[in-house]
Design a binder for this molecule. Structure first.
Ligand code: NAP
Ligand code: MG
Length: 490
């Protein structure tokens, strides 16, 4: 049985956003909001379910049908979105503080995430009036044109690792083309998204355009993906739930995109510039405590420099300090006790299996013992078929593996079920280009990782990392459908 609502007045009672107003769940039920840095419960969110999803989808449909958003010119929609980017930056401190407390990430990272969130609105707001259709050459006396039509009501089921950024990544392109939205954030990461939606209502987005239903995956996410009133589903999270989402979308025959994580490699050749590579490799695994779909969680190194790179990375790992989001630490807590236990179990199992530990960081003595902290760890060299070398950990764990030559590097890089992102480190341009084509994934960096702004690059997976592309101009195509108009003009 669900727990009854808490009446503790010290807890902030957050509300969902449906039809432009704050709302409790129809049931009155709530879920606790926990701070990962110290394990304290500081608020509640509504425990939404089918009836709440129905209300949200109806509100989104109403706005879609009345044309108050999609009926605007691309220029006017775009202007509202670009202006909202500035609004978000004005609220950077507030949003970052809310998100850091909710999910445990460092304040520095939370602030950077708000910059990325704002950039999504600026990027798509400024792109939409250049998103032209085609004029297709055809038979004499005919003219053929294409238009990018919005799907209608887009359902978005989001993960907990980058709530504000993920909201921007999905909402900005979907809204730019004229869709309405119903978002189901992860139950552990709702607060920044609720506030962003409220700000949007106050800054030119029609009430009911952006609806946020909070609740569990099964009770709120599942009825949303299955809802016949939704026209497209986007999901980011685990492969297991992704499979369910695709089935639910298929139950009412709509499209979906799935972004399901990875085991992304850095492929480091003997001629690589290690001074450049090491800090980038570190950042790619410690950012957000490794809870990143594109975490660079494998480092594949050519045998000739394996000892040298191992030593350099080990030194870095040993210096890492983990602590609460309010301090100046390299990493914050993991999202929940469940994730902490899951990650720690994978670490313990790798140790039991005899995978060598090259270096490990420490949890600060200032960190509350009730927080969800895990010490970052570098394993290696690991055997190629070990779990720690092939399974996604979603925590601060880097696994080093050794390869012999270029062909072996490609085989090893492509040897997991995943295919999201990769980096190639070499001074040989020919080799860099050959690997860029041979690596099975959606993004390849050469002598870099996670570089550039990120928002402008199409992004998504192959193999078990999912399908569909978000980010970049490609997302505008994903969140719209081409309509072809053929005119006989004589
Ligand atoms: P998850 O269960 O896949 O959750 C992702 C989202 O789906 C959340 O909003 C979740 O809601 C919702 N959900 C869960 N079950 C659902 C269902 N049956 N129907 C509809 N929606 C459902 O992921 P997780 O358990 O939080 O994390 C597990 C693993 O997923 C991680 O360890 C990591 O490997 C992977 N992951 C990947 C990414 C990524 O960026 N690719 C992000 C997060 C997690 P609730 O959380 O509220 O239940
Ligand atoms: Mg929380």
């Amino acid at each position: 049985m669900p727990a009854p609502p808490r009446n503790d007045s010290s807890l902030t009672q957050y509300e969902m956003r449906i039809g432009g107003v704050g709302s409790a769940a129809i049931s009155g039920m709530t879920l606790d909001v926990t701070c990962p840095s110290d394990g304290t419960v500081f608020g509640t969110i509504p425990r939404g379910a089918t009836g709440d999803v129905d209300r949200a989808v109806a509100a989104a449909r109403k706005v879609f049908d009345d044309g108050s958003w999609r009926g605007l010119s691309d220029l006017d929609r775009g202007r509202t979105m670009m202006a909202f980017g500035s609004v978000l930056m004005e609220h950077q401190e507030e949003l970052a503080a809310l998100e850091a407390r909710d999910v445990g990430k460092t304040l520095t990272l939370a602030k950077a995430d708000v910059v990325a969130l704002a950039r999504y609105f600026e990027f798509y707001g400024s792109a939409i009036d250049k998103f032209a259709g085609e004029n297709i050459p055809t038979a004499t006396g005919f003219m053929a044109l294409t238009f990018h039509e919005p799907h209608g009501v887009v359902a978005a089921i989001l993960p907990w690792n980058y709530p504000a950024q993920m909201f921007g990544r999905v909402a900005a392109p979907a809204l730019a083309v004229g869709n309405s939205l119903v978002v189901k954030p992860a139950e552990d990461a709702c607060l920044s998204i609720l506030r962003i939606a409220e700000l949007a209502e106050q800054h030119g987005f029609p009430p009911g355009l952006i609806n946020i239903v909070t609740g569990t995956g099964l009770e709120a996410g599942s009825p949303l993906a299955a809802h016949p009133g939704t026209d497209f589903v986007t999901f980011t999270g685990s492969p297991e739930v992704g499979t369910e989402i695709q089935k639910l979308a298929a139950s009412h025959r709509v499209g979906c995109t799935l972004e399901l994580g990875g085991k992304s490699p850095h492929v480091v050749f003997a001629d690589a510039d290690l001074d450049a590579a090491v800090p980038v490799i570190m950042k790619a695994i410690i950012a957000n405590s490794g809870q990143t779909c594109v975490a660079g969680s494998r480092v594949l190194v050519q045998r000739a420099i394996a000892d040298q790179l191992s030593a350099l990375l080990a030194e870095q790992f040993k210096a890492l300090v983990v602590g609460p989001h309010w301090g100046a630490f390299d990493m914050g807590a993991l999202i929940s006790e469940k994730q902490k236990n899951r990650v720690q179990t994978m670490i313990d199992r790798a140790k039991e299996q005899g995978v060598p530990v090259l270096g490990q960081g420490a949890v600060s003595t200032d960190a509350p013992s009730t927080g969800f902290f895990v010490s970052p760890i570098l394993f290696g060299p690991a055997s190629r078929d070990s779990d720690i070398a092939t399974k996604e950990v979603f925590g601060p764990v880097l696994t080093l593996l050794i390869f012999e030559d270029e062909a072996d590097a490609i085989t090893l890089a492509n040897s997991t079920d995943y295919g999201l992102s990769a980096a190639v480190w070499t001074r040989d341009i020919g080799r860099a280009l050959r690997l860029s084509r041979a690596l099975q994934c959606g993004q390849v960096f050469v002598n870099a990782y996670g570089a550039g702004g990120g928002v402008e690059f199409p992004f998504g997976g192959v193999k078990q990392s999912g399908h569909g592309r978000e980010k970049g101009l490609q997302a505008l195509r994903e969140f719209s459908a081409v309509k072809t108009v053929i005119i006989a003009h004589g």
